[in-house]
Design a protein around this ligand. Structure first.
Ligand SMILES: [Zn+2]
Length: 338
């Protein structure tokens, strides 16, 4: 017969075996070892009760039955732990590294857009938006682009129906704003535009523009250059240079293409800047009087300038991205860097 002290030792042995069972099979083996009907160690103790001297039998029997109840309870608890997928019951290891929360990142396009809007905000420009599906009036007619103009070629636009297309430029928002409010107007309008361009390192058929418009009495081309140069220095850095080349757009007169110095190569020439040292960022100019007349402004009274930037190209310059396709590939390994 086992003494009561020995029963305590057996209890510890049984409970630690149960706690160490890593799977259902190990737990079943433990159950058989202790409570098996033929050779279970507690089963054998129960059988031995009747041979215990009568004056000790009650106490011993009570202790063995309590042991059986305890072991049964631990077996059941461990069983449900294993079945619910919890692993070995262990204490918390406070030296383990914590589980790091995966924070999302702001897409480089969104980041560049926010920064641009913020910079222009400091220069007094409000941020407005317009629809991506436009009618010909806002995309072309109001902007002084006549029906025969090559920009209206169906092959160069995503027409949805005769009169409706995906906007090819954010200049549409200029018209929408001037239609709805009298001068003065000082706004920027960021957004997506669509053109059926062949996709390569520098082109995408969907890209982002930021349109700017300032209309007031006495606004001049000097204000335009000042605003865009101030912007370039704030956005790219104090070393940024700007270049304005005469150009033609139907909705501005005079017009200019304007460039930021290429920061990828420091101006010495690289594939991103077509080896010129300059990145063409967008077009700009003084708003054509015909546009003012189309929206009901008096061209004798107000003047203004407009500009349109490629947000994607500016972001590429700023973040050193050499292929525009990376921006739209949705590859987390790329996006995680920003
Ligand atoms: Zn370059």
């Amino acid at each position: 017969m086992a003494s009561l002290a020995e029963l305590t030792t057996l209890q510890n042995e049984a409970l630690s075996l149960i706690a160490d069972a890593d799977d259902v099979d190990a737990l079943e083996a433990a159950r058989i070892e202790w409570l098996g009907r033929k050779a279970g160690r507690i089963t054998a103790l129960l059988r031995s009760i009747k041979s215990v001297p009568a004056d000790e039998r009650a106490e011993f029997g009570e202790a063995v039955n309590a042991l059986k109840a305890l072991v049964t309870e631990h077996l059941a608890r461990r069983q449900s732990e294993l079945e619910s997928g919890r692993t070995k019951r262990t204490s918390v290891d406070v030296t383990m590294p914590g589980r790091r929360l995966r924070l999302g990142r702001i897409h480089p396009i969104a980041r560049a857009t926010r920064e641009m809007v913020e910079i222009f905000g400091r220069l007094g420009f409000a941020c407005v938006e317009g629809p991506e599906v436009e009618d010909e009036w806002h995309n072309f007619v109001g902007l002084n682009i006549p029906p025969a103009h090559p920009a209206r070629d169906p092959l160069d636009n995503y027409y949805l129906s005769d009169n409706v297309l995906l906007r090819s430029q954010t200049s549409t928002v200029q018209i929408r704003i001037m239609e709805t409010q009298p001068p003065p107007v000082r706004v920027v309008a960021p957004g997506r535009v669509y053109r059926p361009d062949t996709v390569d390192a520098g082109h995408s058929n969907m890209f982002h523009q930021l349109e700017g418009l300032w209309v007031e009495e006495g606004v001049t081309f000097a204000d335009l250059k000042s605003v865009l140069t101030t912007f370039a220095r704030a956005f790219i850095g104090r070393e940024a240079r700007t270049r304005f080349l005469p150009s033609y757009f139907p909705f501005t007169e005079p017009s200019a293409e304007f460039y930021f110095s290429c920061l990828l190569c420091g101006g010495s020439g690289c594939p991103a800047c077509k080896r010129t040292g300059w990145m063409e960022v967008g077009g700009c100019g003084m708003v054509d009087p015909n546009v003012f007349e189309a929206v009901g402004y008096d061209p004798e009274k107000v003047t203004g300038f407009a500009f349109g930037f490629g947000i994607d190209r500016s972001a590429m310059l700023k973040y050193g991205i050499k292929d525009i396709r990376l921006l739209f590939a949705n590859d987390v390994r790329f996006l995680r860097q920003f």
